[in-house]
Ligand binder design. Sequence first.
Ligand SMILES: [Zn+2]
Length: 53
Amino acid sequence: MSKKNSKAKSKNNLDSKICPICEKSFSWRKKWERDWENVIYCSKLCQKNKDKI
Ligand SMILES: [Zn+2]
């Protein structure tokens, strides 16, 4: 029996995104629970850095 790779996107809150600045993936955090759809950057630092590009 082979193990199935369960990389299918599950529909829970623990989503993740890729930060366009540092290109790292970051996961859903409690502090973003109301604003997750609008979260683009992994941190405030990256949010600042967007102006430098
Ligand atoms: Zn980042």
